[in-house]
Design a protein around this ligand. Structure first.
Ligand code: PLP
Length: 399
């Protein structure tokens, strides 16, 4: 019976896949495909409960995975140990959880009441949307940015005001202030991705202050610091101190990037208590025992975090220099990814990479001639560069 059901399910999926061109190994990572229970891919073109293409484990393993801004090294030894130990709670509900909330509060010098856990920061972003977009309110932010926020808004029938980036790809803070003030009554919250995904550019601490001082003081601001740990630019600073001042800011953080726990799903918000209290009823509470212990260990393993940061930055600089030597400009990045201007439409190029078993980026309109590349292992970056040279050598010959 089970087998029969499985067969007809597979038949159905096969039919759907064939109909939309996904019969074999999918080569359009960002496209809509049969539903799969995988978390969001770190670029935001896919919503949290993403419709993602199916790949076999073998196909997946064979890819250089440079499309989702993951940590290619995986969780460190300290985190693996803590998680392995926590498996003994797998059959329990009221298990000790390593005091994850208290540990996070201590880490940020706030109270436990200022912390809200999510199954990835993706859940936090959605909870903010659900909480603050009630009654036909809109979210305002830039485009391109982490589009899950806008997609979630669309999913709950809320609108988004998306502002263009400046010519240098920075976020236009004066424009953000002006437009927020003009539409004050309609706006539910401001979304600031810092550093921004997909550009990798920071909003400086002065600009964050300018924004918070320039908009109505009761306007909630969601500041997404998913890539905080990779930033080296001293003009950037976390916005957590604004929480202590009682400003209506919600800082979103994740264990998916620096700690390497994307598949385990852990993120959190830091915000003033009244905001946390209004958001909490919208959370699902689906964080598991294993990752809570992993999170506590990861938070404390600052040596590994520093190592991942250093290695990532060195590889990013090297790859960008290699591309420059080939005549391709990149956007300076403060994250574990960067964008390269490829002087041609990005969609077919992504397909070309895919054929060479290198998964990169996805389109980030309106930056349709930029390719976003995550920083993987040295081996993955070498495979990327070989593929890049092959693809663009053919292009140059053709033109
Ligand atoms: N925010 C940004 C800017 C991201 O790029 C991502 C994922 O790539 C997320 C949030 C969500 O990450 P997660 O749900 O894994 O914490």
């Amino acid at each position: 019976m089970q087998e029969k059901r499985e067969l007809s399910r597979r038949k159905l999926m096969g039919g759907v896949a064939a109909a939309i061109g996904y019969a074999g190994m999918p080569n359009r990572l960002w496209a809509q495909a049969p539903a799969a229970q995988t978390p969001p891919a770190g670029g935001g073109a896919t919503p949290a409960r993403a419709q993602r293409p199916r790949v076999t484990p073998e196909e997946y393993d064979a890819l250089a995975k440079l499309s989702s801004n993951e940590n290619p090294y995986g969780p460190p030894e300290s985190v693996m140990k803590a998680m392995t130990n926590a498996f003994k709670y797998a059959n329990r509900y009221g298990y000790p959880d390593g005091n994850i909330v208290e540990e996070l509060a201590k880490h940020h010098d706030v109270k436990p009441e200022n912390i809200l856990l999510g199954a990835g920061s993706g859940e936090i972003l959605e909870v903010v949307g659900t909480t603050f977009l009630q009654g036909g309110k809109k979210v305002i932010g830039v485009e391109p940015s982490y589009s899950s926020v806008y997609q979630h808004a669309a999913g709950i029938k809320a609108d988004a005001i998306k502002l263009a980036l400046k010519d240098d790809y920075r976020q236009d803070i004066p424009l953000l202030i002006r437009t927020t003030r003009k539409n004050y009554r309609d706006i539910g919250f401001v979304y600031l991705c810092n550093p921004n995904n997909p550009t990798g550019i920071v909003v400086t601490k002065q600009e964050v202050k300018q924004l918070l001082d320039g908009i109505p003081e009761d306007m909630p601001v969601l500041i997404d610091e998913a890539y905080h740990h990779f930033v080296a630019d001293p003009s950037y600073a976390t916005s957590v101190p604004y929480v202590l001042e009682g400003r209506p800011v919600i800082i979103a953080r994740t264990f998916s990037k620096i700690v390497g726990l994307a598949g385990m799903r852990l993120g959190y918000a830091v915000a003033p208590k009244p905001l946390i209290d209004s958001m909490r009823p919208h959370t699902v509470g689906s964080i598991n025992a294993i990752v809570k212990w992993g999170g506590v260990a990861g938070l404390k393993d600052t040596a590994t975090q520093e190592h991942v940061k250093k290695t990532t930055i060195a590889l990013r600089q090297q790859t960008m220099a290699d591309l420059k030597a080939l005549g391709y400009e990149t956007i300076p990045s403060e994250t574990n990814f960067f964008m390269v201007a490829i002087k041609t439409k990005v969609e077919p190029i992504i397909e070309e990479f895919r054929k060479k078993k290198v998964a990169v980026g996805r389109p980030f309109p309106p930056m349709n001639e930029h390719l976003r590349v995550s920083i993987g292992t040295p081996d993955e970056m070498a495979r990327f560069l070989v593929a890049f040279k092959e693809i663009f050598a053919t292009k140059q010959q053709a033109s």
